[in-house]
Design a protein around this ligand. Structure first.
Ligand code: ADP
Ligand code: ASP
Ligand code: MG
Length: 468
């Protein structure tokens, strides 16, 4: 059971989590928890301030967050536990100050950043374990860095699956057997030699999937602030609604193309072990949420959801040398490989390749190398929109329907068929809100003809999928 930052934002939220864990205690849960909401951002900001030499401000901006932890402790724990938590917070404060001082002298920056940021999850996990114990549950805080083992990259390290599985079973197996409830911070990890690393922003979902896969749990539950995976990002579309079931492939595509509710890497460990993933709302535990599993019913002629991702850069590489030449694409992609940069969408013509990047940290070096191969055009502030559904495979005219809905919006880089479950394309970032809202209306809100069982019936916004 993984609880995200907004599920542990204040004393009431901790109370809600304790109640949910209590209700599942018979199922021998393992708990993964994110930093309290806003804490990871604040820690990262304090590192940036320290880098600029603003040491005083770097430490003082964290005070309000230390106080939030203390407020949870004083609201929910016994006096003895409050004293223990106070000293844990005090020691975190001292250590963070020491680390920020080192950051300001620019020593081993990346390693220090991960270590500073790890305190968010270390404190929230310690606090949640104490709250659960106060409720009479046999909870025990385990430092996740003893379980999740990664390679040496910082800021988004790749887990070493075998080591992670071995260590997780060794650390948690006996506790679960003894009916204790391990409580681990998500997102944080360590290298084989014990250096602190992190799994990338939003990585607590991934921790839950890795731990679930290692322990072969019956289910991986992601508890968040919405009732499951919705038909679109609710921040853009107020009418977005819960999708009851998704296949692994549908969920993976949605997560990859921007549905923030799941970290993009969450699905893989679950698929490999065939473990269902359930997304639930910690604010409304009674809601059904979404179940992601392999047997998810195939619904023909339907779109299940629309995801989008902004801040995308499009590169178009044109070279006459590409005409009829083999090995050209490999040469291009080797450049991205060398700079450890992921390419999301690719389309090619006889003499050009267009592709999209989310991470542009190495763009300067990449462009220098690409310009050795041909001319390169760069378009910034683009957005990817992705319409997802297993039913798209068997549906003629999907693209026509999508593009007719947004016919006045310029579309580039269209990709349909690579995974069979999505139609992906790129538009100007400025028009993304409007495009997603219009597509959502067309596929999920408009009155449509629907076939329910053997009856022909008319359905409106209550339908769980968008008929094409
Ligand atoms: P947590 O702190 O629980 O990890 P996140 O903020 O990472 O929560 O993810 C939940 C948020 O994801 C929701 O509040 C919602 O705004 C956003 N979101 C974006 N797309 C979707 C979607 N398709 N379905 C559900 N939530 C989405
Ligand atoms: N606390 C981390 C973040 O804010 C990880 C997570 O919440 O999943 O990115
Ligand atoms: Mg998240």
């Amino acid at each position: 059971m993984k609880f995200g930052g907004t599920s542990v934002e204040d004393p009431q939220a901790f109370r809600r989590v304790a109640k949910i864990v209590q209700a599942h205690a018979q199922m021998r849960p393992v708990i993964i928890v994110s930093a309290m909401s806003g804490v990871t951002d604040a820690l990262l900001q304090s590192v940036q301030m320290a880098k600029r030499g603003e040491l005083e401000q770097a430490t003082s901006t964290l005070e309000v967050h230390f106080d939030r932890h203390l407020k949870v402790a004083t609201s929910l724990l016994s006096a003895r536990e409050v004293a223990r938590l106070e000293s844990a917070v005090e020691s975190a404060r001292r250590q963070i100050c020491g680390l920020l001082r080192k950051v300001s002298t620019r020593m081993h920056l990346e390693f220090l950043e991960d270590t500073v940021v790890s305190y968010g999850e270390r404190l929230s996990a310690e606090l949640l374990a104490a709250v659960l114990c106060t409720d009479g549950l046999p909870a025990k805080h385990i430092d996740a860095r003893r379980c999740i083992t990664t390679e040496e990259t910082h800021g988004g390290a790749q887990p070493l699956v075998r080591e992670t599985e071995d260590r997780t079973r060794r650390e948690l197996g006996p506790l679960v057997e003894a009916r204790e409830i391990p409580v681990l911070g998500g997102f944080i990890a360590a290298t084989k030699t014990g250096k602190t690393t992190t799994l990338g922003r939003g990585g607590s979902d991934y921790t839950a999937a890795l731990i679930g896969a290692a322990l072969r749990t019956r289910e991986i539950q992601i508890w968040t602030d919405v009732s499951g995976v919705l038909t679109a990002d609710p921040r853009l579309v107020r009418a977005a609604r819960t999708i009851p079931c998704l296949s692994y492939r549908e969920a993976a595509e949605l997560a990859y193309f921007g549905a923030k509710v799941l970290h993009p890497k969450t699905i893989r460990p679950a698929v490999e072990r065939g473990i269902p993933v359930r997304v639930c709302n910690s604010h409304r535990a009674q809601d059904e949420g979404t179940l992601i599993f392999s047997g998810s019913e195939f619904v023909p002629h339907t779109a299940k959801a629309i995801a989008h991702k902004t801040g995308i850069t499009v590169l178009q590489i044109t070279s006459a040398r590409m005409l009829g030449a083999y090995g050209f694409l490999r040469t291009i992609f080797e450049i991205f490989d060398r700079h450890r940069t992921v390419v999301d969408v690719v389309t090619t013509s006889e003499v050009s390749v267009s592709l999209t990047l989310d991470d542009t940290r190495a763009l300067g070096e990449i462009l220098t190398e690409l310009r050795g191969l041909g001319t390169v055009e760069v378009e910034e502030r683009r957005a990817i929109i992705c319409v997802v559904g297993e039913g798209l495979r068997t549906t003629p005219g999907v693209a026509a329907r999508v593009f007719a809905t947004i016919s006045d919006i310029n579309v580039s880089l269209v990709s349909l068929g690579a995974s069979n479950v999505n139609l992906t394309f790129v538009i100007d970032e400025e028009r993304v809100r409007e495009a997603v809202a219009r597509l959502h209306f067309a596929f999920f809100e408009q009155e449509v003809e629907s076939v329910c069982g053997n009856h022909q019936s008319r359905t409106t916004a209550g339908a769980s999928t968008g008929l094409l």
